[in-house]
Ligand binder design. Structure first.
Ligand code: ADP
Ligand code: MG
Length: 669
C-alpha cells in the first residue's frame, strides 16, 4: 500500500493547482476573500482544503469548510480527500449533507458540506465561528443556496474580519462575484492596509486542457435520447479507444438510454461489445447500481476507477459531470444540449422542473470534459447555427427562477428582516418574493409585520424540510398523528421508495395498489377503486409497516418492488426528524388507523396545493384552487384513474402535461 500512497502523492503534484499552492496560501493569508478560477479537474476541490490544512488553518480546533451545490459531489470529494490524506472518512475529513452527518466534532478538520447545510448551521451559529476558512465551491453554478450563502458570508465577514473566504469557480464569471465582494466606498478607507485586505484577490489555476474537436448535427434532432444512443454506438464502432461521457438531463432519460445501450451492446456482434454503461446522477442508490451492473460493485467505484482492459466506459450523466465531478479517461463527449432546470412562475405559483436548453457557457464546459487526457471530440446534438445564433450565452441564476419560500424563511430565521433590501449577488424578482411572503403568511409562519411568528414560525424554520411539510409535521403533533407524519416526511425525502424495472411496470403498479389498500383489508381484490382513495402518503405508511414487520428484510423488499436501500434511508431520516421533533416539543403519538387525522395534517401544510376535479370532463383533469391551472394525477400515483373530487399534491412534474406526484384525497371543510 506504500506504493499506492506514493502514487497518489505523485498524482496530486501533477495537478495544475499544485503550482499555485504557495500563491494560494499567500493570498488566503493576506486577503479576506480569494477567488480561484480553474477548469474542471485542476484540483480546486480536492487539493485546496488540503493545502489549507497543511498551512495550519485547521489548528486550534478550527475547521476548514468546503461547500458544494450537490450531495453526490459532497460525498464523492470527501471520500477522495480522505483517501489522499490516508485517513478514515468521518475523522479528520468528513462531510455533512441533509440527514447525514459523517464528521467527528473535535476531530474533523476538513469538512465538505452542501451550501444548504451551511445555511442551516447559521441558525445555531450565526457567525459560523468554528470555521477559519470557508470555501464556496462551484460558484459559477449560481445555485440558489450558493447565492444566499455568498450574501450572508459577506455580512458575516464584517463581523468576523479574520474569517477567510475562498470562492472557486470553473469559469471567469468569477468577475461579477469579485465585484460583489468588493467593499463599497462606505466600508473602504482607513483600514485599507490592514491584513487581511478587504479587496478580493483573484488567482487562476490554468489547466493544460487538450484541444477538443467539435461536431454538430446537420439537422436538428427530434429525439435527443435516441440521437445520443446512436451517436455512442457510432463512436464505439468508428473511433479509437477512449471513454465516452454523455450529458442527458435526469434519471428518466439516463436510465432509458442506459437500457437501450445495453440492449444494443448485447444484441450486436463482437465489434460493438465491450461497452460498460454507467449511469451517473444524484440519488442513484447502491441497489440500483448493483441491478444495472448485475454485480455487487458499485457504480461509483466503476465511474472513478480505470477502465478495464478491452472495455469502453460510457458514462451517462446529468450536468453533475459538467463541473462538480472529474472523470478520468474521457475522450468523447456527447452533449444533448439540455439539462433539467427549475422555472418558477410567481403568477401561477408553480415551480416546474423542466428539460430546457443549456447555455453556451455550459456547452463549452461539457466539451472541455473530452480534453483532459488527450485531444478529444465533442458531439453536439444540435446544429452549429443553433449554437451560434440561439443558445443563450449564460444561464439565469437559479435565484431568479425559483420559488423562494424556503429561502425567505431561512433568511427570516437568521434575523434578516428586510429581505427585499438584502445584498444579493443577483436580485430575485419582487413578484416571486411577494408570493413567497404570501405563502408563508398563509401558513401562519409570518405575522402582519412579516416577522416569524412564535412559536410556529421558528419551529417551521427549524425543521429541515420545506416549509409546507414542516407545517404538516407541526400540525400532526396537534392532530395526534406525528408518528405517521414522520414516516411520510422521511419517505418524501428519498427519491423514490419503489424499484422500477423496465418491462415490469404492471407488477410495480400492482404492488403499489396492494399497499394502497392494505390497511382497509389485506385480502381485498386489486383495482377496486374504493379501497385506494386515500392516496400515496397512506401507501407509504403501509410500506413502512410491512418493512418493519418483515424484520427490515431485503428479500421482502425485492418481492414487493420496494427499494431496500431507500427504505434504510427512510429509517435513518425518520430517526433524525424524530429528534428534531422531540427537541421542538412536538408530541409523538400514533393515530393508529385514523387516516383522517393524517390527511388533515397534510392539508394543514399543503392547502395551497389543493385541486378539485373538473366536472364534466372524463380525462381526469383537475384545477388548482388558487390559480386554476390544469393538472393531472401522475400515473405513478395510486390515485391515478381514481380521480377523487378533492386532492392535495406534494409536487408537480411537467412533461406533456403538469402531473401531480404524491397525491392524497382531502375532505374540504
Ligand atoms: P476541480 O475541483 O478543480 O474540478 P478536483 O479537485 O475535483 O478538481 O479533481 C482533481 C483530480 O482529482 C482529478 O483530476 C481527478 O483525477 C482526481 N479525483 C477527483 N475526485 C476523484 C474521485 N472521486 N476518485 C478518483 N479521482 C478523483
Ligand atoms: Mg471541483
Amino acid at each position: 500500500t506504500f506504493g499506492f500512497a506514493n502514487n497518489l502523492q505523485n498524482q496530486r503534484q501533477r495537478l495544475p493547482v499544485y503550482k499555485r499552492k504557495d500563491a494560494i496560501l499567500f493570498l488566503v493569508e493576506n486577503y479576506a476573500t480569494t477567488i480561484i478560477v480553474g477548469e474542471t479537474g485542476s484540483g480546486k476541490t480536492t487539493q485546496i482544503p488540503q493545502y489549507l490544512n497543511e498551512g495550519g488553518w485547521s489548528d486550534d480546533g478550527h475547521v476548514i469548510a468546503c461547500t458544494q451545490p450537490r450531495r453526490l459531489a459532497v460525498q464523492s470529494v470527501a471520500s477522495r480527500v480522505a483517501e489522499e490524506m490516508g485517513v478514515k472518512l468521518g475523522e479528520e475529513v468528513g462531510y455533512v449533507i441533509r440527514f447525514e452527518d459523517v464528521t467527528t466534532p473535535g476531530v474533523t478538520r476538513v469538512k465538505f458540506l452542501t451550501d444548504g447545510v451551511l445555511l442551516r448551521e447559521m441558525m445555531d451559529d450565526p457567525l459560523l465561528s468554528k470555521y477559519s476558512v470557508i470555501m464556496v465551491d462551484e460558484a459559477h453554478e449560481r445555485s440558489i443556496s450558493t447565492d444566499v450563502v455568498l450574501g450572508l458570508l459577506k455580512k458575516i465577514q464584517r463581523r468576523r474580519p479574520e474569517l477567510r473566504l475562498i470562492i472557486s469557480s470553473a469559469t471567469i464569471e468569477a468577475k461579477s462575484i469579485a465585484s460583489f465582494f468588493r467593499p463599497s466606498k462606505k466600508h473602504r478607507g482607513a483600514g485599507d492596509d490592514v491584513v487581511p485586505k478587504r479587496e478580493p484577490a483573484i488567482i487562476s489555476a490554468e489547466g493544460r486542457g487538450f484541444t477538443v474537436g467539435i461536431n454538430y448535427v446537420q439537422e436538428p434532432v427530434a429525439d435527443y435520447l435516441q440521437a445520443a444512443v446512436s451517436t455512442v454506438m457510432l463512436i464505439h464502432k468508428q473511433q479509437a479507444a477512449g471513454d465516452i461521457l454523455v450529458f442527458l438531463t435526469g434519471q428518466d432519460d439516463i436510465d432509458a438510454a442506459a437500457q437501450l445501450l445495453n440492449e444494443e451492446a448485447q444484441s450486436s456482434d463482437r465489434s460493438t461489445g465491450g461497452l460498460l454503461v454507467l449511469p451517473l446522477y444524484s440519488g442513484l442508490s447502491r441497489a440500483d447500481q448493483a441491478r444495472i451492473l448485475s454485480s455487487s460493485v458499485t457504480l461509483q467505484d466503476l465511474v472513478f476507477s480505470p477502465t478495464p482492459r478491452g472495455k469502453r466506459k460510457v458514462i451517462i450523466s446529468t450536468n453533475i459531470a459538467e463541473t462538480s465531478l472529474t472523470l478520468e479517461g474521457i475522450v468523447y463527449v456527447v452533449d444533448s444540449g439540455f439539462s433539467k432546470q427549475r422555472f418558477y412562475d410567481p403568477i401561477s405559483d408553480i415551480e416546474n422542473l423542466v428539460v430546457a436548453p443549456i447555455s453556451k457557457a455550459s456547452a463549452r464546459q461539457r466539451a472541455g470534459r473530452a480534453g483532459r487526457v488527450r485531444p478529444g471530440k465533442c458531439y453536439r446534438l444540435y446544429t452549429e447555427e443553433y449554437f451560434v445564433n440561439e443558445m443563450p450565452a449564460e444561464g439565469i441564476p437559479e435565484m431568479q427562477r425559483s420559488n423562494l419560500v424556503s429561502c425567505v424563511i431561512q433568511l427570516k430565521a437568521l434575523g434578516i428582516d428586510n429581505i427585499l433590501g438584502f445584498d444579493w449577488p443577483a436580485s430575485p424578482s419582487p413578484e416571486a418574493m411577494i408570493r413567497a411572503l404570501e405563502i408563508l403568511y398563509s401558513l401562519g409562519v409570518l405575522d402582519d409585520d412579516a416577522k416569524l411568528t412564535s412559536p410556529t414560525g421558528f419551529q417551521v424554520a427549524e425543521i429541515p424540510l420545506d416549509p409546507m411539510l414542516s407545517k404538516a409535521m407541526l400540525a400532526s403533533g396537534e392532530l395526534g398523528c406525528s408518528e405517521e407524519m414522520l414516516t411520510i416526511a422521511a419517505a418524501l425525502s428519498v427519491q423514490s421508495i419503489w424499484i422500477s424495472i423496465r418491462g415490469a411496470q404492471k407488477q410495480l403498479d400492482e404492488a403499489r395498489l396492494r399497499f394502497a389498500a392494505a390497511e382497509v383489508s389485506p385480502s381485498a381484490p386489486l383495482y377496486s377503486p374504493m379501497l385506494r382513495t386515500q392516496g400515496d402518503h397512506v401507501t407509504f405508511l403501509n410500506v413502512y409497516k410491512g418493512f418493519l414487520q418483515s424484520g427490515k428484510s431485503s428479500k421482502w423488499c425485492h418481492k414487493n418492488f420496494v427499494n431496500y436501500h431507500a427504505m434504510k434511508k427512510v429509517l435513518e431520516t425518520r430517526e433524525q426528524l424524530k429528534r428534531t421533533a422531540q427537541r421542538l416539543g412536538i408530541i409523538l403519538k400514533s393515530c393508529d388507523k385514523d387516516m383522517q387525522a393524517v390527511r388533515k395534517a397534510i392539508t394543514a401544510g399543503f392547502f395551497a396545493n389543493a385541486c378539485h376535479i373538473e366536472p364534466y370532463t372524463h380525462e381526469g383533469k383537475f384545477k388548482t384552487v388558487r390559480t386554476s391551472e390544469d393538472v393531472y394525477i401522475h400515473p405513478s400515483s395510486v390515485l391515478f384513474r381514481v380521480n377523487p373530487k378533492w386532492v392535495v399534491y406534494h409536487s408537480l412534474v411537467s412533461t406533456d402535461r403538469r402531473y401531480m406526484r404524491n397525491v392524497v384525497t382531502i375532505d374540504p371543510a
